[in-house]
Design a protein around this ligand. Structure first.
Ligand SMILES: Cc1cc2nc3c(=O)[nH]c(=O)nc-3n(C[C@H](O)[C@H](O)[C@H](O)COP(=O)(O)OP(=O)(O)OC[C@H]3O[C@@H](n4cnc5c(N)ncnc54)[C@H](O)[C@@H]3O)c2cc1C
Length: 402
């Protein structure tokens, strides 16, 4: 190892960005302070749980997706924008080969400790026509694309705006409620689900609140229905072996979670779902200098269950990864990660949300406010929290005066 340890973090989402910020806060002995490099293909971090608020314009993109450059200002974390192509995990010092990361543009970044937090993507190849004709909902670009399409339709003379949302998991249900509140009586929204219930993994109270919210908004739910194809203006729906072609203006695709494809080229151990296998200290199997967390890491909880792919998990893991990277560089014992399920919140339209946490359950405007405050506290950096919080406080006043 060179005199200054080099830590390279791949992916600036909930796992990667929060690990970098935490590492920066830890206390390092003089001469031990590492060089921390954070790499992401995007210029902005995205706080996905608040992405829905862009549909209704309740929040602005600077609040939900601040640039990395702004978040890392005042720290000595170096941000590199680039797409990760390859990881060389085997050093051969006799041939001067260092452990390094290679970006698509050929840049090589050597490391002593590597943190993998490249997350997941929404697959677009499950049904013919999805890539060309359906909009996923995961990134800022997806939210902009949806908004642009809605603006054109809202300004047009068509009487009804027909939207099909594939998948009645958390994203599908939350997008459906926000869309219904945006387009109101002009909207004809249907939610398509292959299983016999919406939100199969949700807490029962939350699922019931979601069913009520969907009913109140007149959102049609097609259960036990599969999608056969998607075209520019239609969707094929198969129910009990009978397929109907339904005309639609917009199709949203929210089904599936596929590990970032770059991970397949790293030569690291993967499980059947293509996720990187890690020990309880979040070190990659047989690669103690590499740590992995978040959606792309496969880890079992103490009860033997796979830990879910949520921001809550990635956020909790980031604390442990930062601590364990620090410990591994300062000869201290590493800590095993234990996931604590803090509960579940969902946004169900304008001014309505639902919350279940440690036996406390409620929905409506109070849940909406609580969710907002929890997420304000979870936003990265105190400076960004203060900016967003100040904006929330002053916005009603500005609206009143304008
Ligand atoms: C709309 C939506 C709402 C959600 N709401 C909630 C919620 O309310 N609560 C909750 O707990 N979870 C929620 N989630 C899930 C949550 O977003 C993820 O579990 C979490 O983001 C995982 O963190 P991560 O760091 O593993 O991946 P991500 O946060 O996805 O970060 C991965 C990063 O890696 C970058 N990247 C990927 N490939 C490359 C590459 N080859 N080169 C360079 N950079 C790359 C990406 O640009 C991205 O910034 C939601 C997800 C979505 C899509």
């Amino acid at each position: 190892m060179t005199s200054v340890p080099r830590i390279c973090i791949l992916g600036g989402g909930f796992g990667g960005l929060y690990t970098a910020l935490r590492l920066h806060q830890l206390i390092w002995e003089p001469g031990q302070k590492p060089e921390i490099t954070l790499i992401d293909r995007q210029t902005n971090f995205v706080f996905t749980p608040l992405l829905y608020e862009l549909i209704t314009g309740e929040m602005q993109s600077w609040e939900i997706a601040p640039p990395f450059a702004e978040l890392l200002k005042g720290t000595d974390i170096r941000f590199v924008q680039g797409s990760v192509k390859q990881v060389a995990a085997d050093a051969d010092l006799s041939q001067q080969v260092q452990k390094s990361v290679t970006l698509e543009d050929g840049t090589q970044i050597p490391y002593d400790r590597l943190v993998l937090a490249l997350g997941c993507e929404t697959p677009s190849d499950l049904v013919p026509g999805t890539t060309e004709n359906a909009i996923p909902f995961r990134s800022l670009d997806d939210a902009y694309r949806l908004d642009a399409k809605l603006r054109v339709l809202e300004a047009s003379a068509i009487e009804r705006i027909r939207i099909a949302i594939v998948g009645a998991g958390y994203t599908g249900v939350e997008v459906a409620c926000k869309l219904a509140d945006r387009i109101k009586e002009r909207g004809r929204i249907r939610l398509i689900q292959s299983r016999d219930t919406i939100l199969p993994n949700a807490k029962e109270f939350n699922r019931n609140a979601a069913i009520k919210a969907l009913e109140q908004r007149g959102i049609w739910v097609d259960l036990e229905t599969n999608v056969s194809e998607i075209t520019a203006d239609s969707i094929g729906l198969t129910y009990k072996d009978k397929t109907d072609i339904i005309p639609v203006e917009i199709v949203m695709w929210t089904v599936g979670n596929q590990v970032s494809p770059a991970i397949n080229h790293f030569g690291l151990p993967l499980n059947a779902q293509g996720k990187i296998t890690v020990s309880d200290t979040l070190q990659v199997t047989d690669n103690p200098e590499i740590f992995a967390l978040g959606d792309a890491a496969a880890m079992l909880n103490t009860d033997g269950q796979i830990i879910p792919t949520t921001a809550q998990v990635a956020f909790q893991q980031s604390d442990f990864v930062a601590w364990n990277v620090w410990s591994s560089l300062t000869d201290r014992p590493l800590l095993p990660f234990r996931y604590t399920d803090l509960g579940e919140m969902m946004i169900l339209g304008d001014d309505n949300a639902v919350l279940s946490s440690f036996g406390i359950q409620f929905d409506g405007p109070l849940a909406y406010l609580t969710r907002r405050l929890v997420y304000l506290y979870r936003l990265p950096t105190l400076e960004h929290q203060l900016k967003v919080g100040f904006n929330w406080l002053t916005q009603p006043l500005v609206k009143l005066l304008s």
